[in-house]
Design a protein around this ligand. Structure first.
Ligand SMILES: Cc1cc2nc3c(=O)[nH]c(=O)nc-3n(C[C@H](O)[C@H](O)[C@H](O)COP(=O)(O)OP(=O)(O)OC[C@H]3O[C@@H](n4cnc5c(N)ncnc54)[C@H](O)[C@@H]3O)c2cc1C
Length: 303
């Protein structure tokens, strides 16, 4: 575990909640819907809304998650600015691929009634096969169903080949999960170089790449690739996480007629949000030192 992650893991939940608030829309469906609506009305930014939660292992929690997504779909209704993102480990992966596929299929079908697109997020390497199997099965009936590939994994070039002909929405990112050196690149510059190569392949294979990064050099190079390949501006989009301070870059892309979509997570129950918030804080360059100072301060104050 890196030092930043170690420090963030030491932080007590209330501190995590406080510092992570810019990365989370709020604690209700309405807060998520309102946030997406505001991004759209004020800045013409699209959203993908995600109910926070992962590694759920009880039937009760899985059914609760399905219920929240169903209420979210009803609250969103037909609109053009918001999609949904969801994770296998919050939707029954612990009971196997067949069960998880059935649960996710229910949500995707419900969303399709309102023409809402759904993306299946990618978690750590233990779930890559399951995620892609579910994706391949459900895209047959739902052509706008999308998924995610992580450029850090050695297997990803092969996975792109295996998606040939699907003309799918593919979010391509470096991947947030620390993966062992036997199966994944370890250096960020190498992951980003690979990501750019894979964006080019995704274009050439007829997919709709969703370029998910906050690295402006990577975004610029991806746009150069799109231009070189004569891609139209409606054949790809750029995605970022809400809370990462990249407003000027996003507004510039929008002025240039490129679709920008923000990941808008929310949680009704705070315990489901902790893991996501810790990952975001660990990725924030200033945050680990800040949290560390805060913990020291509190510890000194208690003595
Ligand atoms: C919309 C979206 C969806 C994603 N979905 C998945 C997924 O399904 N599976 C998965 O494994 N990964 C996912 N990710 C995470 C992704 O894989 C990367 O881990 C993450 O985007 C950081 O990589 P980067 O390319 O932005 O580069 P970085 O080098 O990490 O970031 C570039 C710059 O952005 C700034 N920055 C980045 N993060 C923060 C932060 N938290 N706070 C403040 N500044 C920051 C810093 O200035 C940094 O220098 C997703 C990312 C996005 C944007």
């Amino acid at each position: 575990m890196g030092l930043k992650r170690f420090i963030v893991n030491l932080a007590p939940s209330p501190l995590v909640k406080l510092f992570a608030s810019p990365y989370v829309a709020g604690d209700s469906i309405q807060a998520a819907v309102d946030t997406a609506q505001k991004f759209w009305e004020e800045r013409r930014i699209c959203s993908t809304i995600d109910l926070l939660g992962e590694e759920l292992e009880s039937e009760e929690e899985v059914q609760y998650t399905v219920g929240v997504y169903e209420r979210l779909i009803a609250a969103l209704g037909r609109q053009e600015h918001a999609t949904l993102s969801l994770k296998p480990t919050q939707l029954g992966s612990h009971c196997g691929t067949e069960y998880c596929q059935e649960i996710i299929g229910r949500i995707v079908a419900k969303a399709a009634e309102q023409e809402i697109k759904v993306t299946l997020d990618m978690e750590d390497h233990d779930y890559t096969d399951m995620t892609l199997d579910i994706f391949r099965a459900l895209i047959k009936d739902h052509p706008t169903f999308g998924t995610v590939l992580q450029s850090r994994l050695f297997r990803t070039d092969g996975d792109i080949k295996s998606l040939k002909g699907l003309n799918a929405r593919i979010r391509i990112c470096i991947g947030i999960y620390n993966e062992p050196k036997e199966i994944a690149l370890q250096s960020k510059p190498e992951m980003k170089k690979k990501m750019l190569q894979q964006i080019e392949v995704l274009f050439k294979e007829g997919h709709y790449p969703e370029i998910a990064t906050h690295d402006e050099a990577v975004i610029n190079e991806a746009l150069n690739i799109a231009e070189r390949l004569n891609m139209k501006k409606d054949q790809y989009e750029v995605q970022m996480l809400m809370g990462v301070p990249k407003q000027a870059c996003q507004d510039k892309l929008i002025r240039n007629n490129i679709l920008v979509r923000l990941y808008v997570p929310f949680a009704e129950k705070w315990k489901f949000a902790i893991a996501y918030c810790k990952r975001r804080l660990a990725a924030n360059p200033a945050m680990a030192a800040y949290i560390f100072k805060n913990i020291l301060h509190k510890t000194a104050g208690k003595k």
